[in-house]
Design a protein around this ligand. Sequence first.
Ligand code: RM4
Ligand code: MN
Ligand code: MN
Length: 427
Amino acid sequence: MKIEQYQIDQHNDSLFSRHNNQYIFLQEQLGEQGIHAKDIVKQLEAFQVAIPSWALGTGGTRFGRFSGVGEPRSLEEKIEDVGLLHALNRSSGSISLHIPWDIPGETQPIIDLATSLDLKFDAVNSNTFQDQKDQELSYKYGSLSHVDAQVRKQAVEHNIEVIKHGVNLGSKALSIWLSDGSCFPGQSNFVKAFQNTLESLQEIYAALPDDWKVYVEYKAYEPNFYSTVIQDWGSSLLFCQKLGPKADVLVDLGHHLPNANIEQIVATLMMEGRLAGFHFNDSKYGDDDLTVGAIRPYQLFLIFVELIEGMKRANRASDTYAWMIDASHNVKDPLEDLLQSVEAILIAQAQALLVDRKKLEQARNENDVVLAQQILQNAFRTDVRPLVREAMRLSGGSLDPIALYRHLGVRNELLNERGKLTVATGL
Ligand code: RM4
Ligand code: MN
Ligand code: MN
């Protein structure tokens, strides 16, 4: 299924006058504070968030999986789904593949399909957290950190294979998340596990093309529950520093211990120029992979305050970082969920762009704690949705993506095309 531009335009026509009133009102209000709504809209228009191929279907939990309907059955259908999202919001212009879940058959038709939908290929992800059919050695006790050099070799070769797939598609980065670690005290030698991992990563690093990067993702726990080899941003940064300038730290919002100050982590990584980008999601307890902004929108806003500050300081454009959603859906339609996530990211960004940096710095220097808090909360409490809608409208997207998705009966169409019991994920 494809959404045609005239369908978007027609729907927008019916919503325009209401939207425009709201937008003009906000533009005036912001103008009084010396903020140009149009500048913010421009920045929102430019912001693109990659969609992970594994989030296009229902994920499930370790207790079960309740299948959605009309889920994509192939890589082609996954790309088509991202095409639907991008047509609706014009902010989801790339797809991130997970190998071997998404091994492309013939490359050119895949590239042609993506190009026809205005999509690019984001970072490619390797997978050594599962054993694949016909795989010689098992990753039950680890992969890049394994005590057996043969297992490490197999895992390194897999990563190099993933780079090759990425090169063929035009990706520019390999994203590595290691599940390696231990479940019980005594099981693993921390130092040896680190050193084995470093050696393995060095071999992978050596296989990166010149214009490629490797993103090193950390995670505090799960599926290992006592220790994780790359447990936190510090370990990840340490690996990256030892590897070289092509390695940067990837922050997944759900990969911290409870109540970690993620915005401070972001500030520090950006100060060091070692932030690769993000896996956006939200969580109440752990790696819940919930819709972005569903639980802690203020935290998301504070993260964007640091991101914007850091990008300005480094004089780097937003498209030089890797922005991706990493979510899993159990009870929502995955496409609706992803639309909500992208919107939440743009809202947080728009709010953060409202922060008066000069005044904030002055309040800090004068130890005016009350004013500093007020400056942030004034921005956070502004309803910036008209700015986000305007950005989507101007770039050819929908003023209300979820309403249009429902109005067009997209899921029902997909059900008719693909059937009821389809499975998109490799988990
Ligand atoms: C992990 C991690 C990785 C993702 C897998 C599926 O928890 O977030 O980024 O590739 O899940
Ligand atoms: Mn992740
Ligand atoms: Mn995760």
